[in-house]
Design a protein around this ligand. Structure first.
Ligand SMILES: [Cu+2]
Length: 143
């Protein structure tokens, strides 16, 4: 992946406003119906929570796969090995909360994806789409 497409991914996650996607599409989070609860982003806390995405002989996983965060923290996913993405499945998350669309695949070791925590207090689940069935999932508690 070249640098500009990586930047576009990062921007689309941060701003939710990347022109690359069909704006009429319903977000995969299933939160289309007028629920701008997450639109008022909390002020940045300056705190970054590092999460690694790993494939090795033990399987595919997020490390850690359980994190606690406050609104305004940033989840920073870094690819260690394998090919992974980050998505917020509608069937495992509350409705009425706006989630980022599934990210594109992280493919290059060291590639990162920064995701500001804009969700209200609650428990949320993210996953790597290709590996979710193999247990590559994560749990976020926003307090
Ligand atoms: Cu994966």
């Amino acid at each position: 992946m070249n640098r500009s497409s990586f930047c576009a991914i990062t921007l689309s996650l941060v701003l939710g406003a990347c022109g690359a996607r069909d704006s009429t599409g319903t977000p995969a989070g299933g939160a289309a119906a007028g629920a701008p609860a997450a639109a008022t982003a909390a002020p940045a806390t300056g705190r970054t929570i590092e999460i690694r995405t790993v494939s090795d002989e033990k399987g595919n996983r997020f490390e850690p796969n359980k994190v606690e965060a406050k609104p305004g923290d940033v989840l920073k996913f870094t690819l260690v090995s394998g090919v992974h993405n980050v998505s917020w499945p509608a069937d495992k998350n509350p409705s009425g909360v706006t989630f980022p669309e599934p990210s594109e695949m992280l493919q290059l070791p060291g590639q990162t994806l920064e995701l500001p925590v804009t969700f209200p207090k609650g428990e949320y689940h993210w996953q790597c789409d290709p590996h979710a069935a193999l247990g590559m999932t994560g749990e976020l508690e926003v307090e």
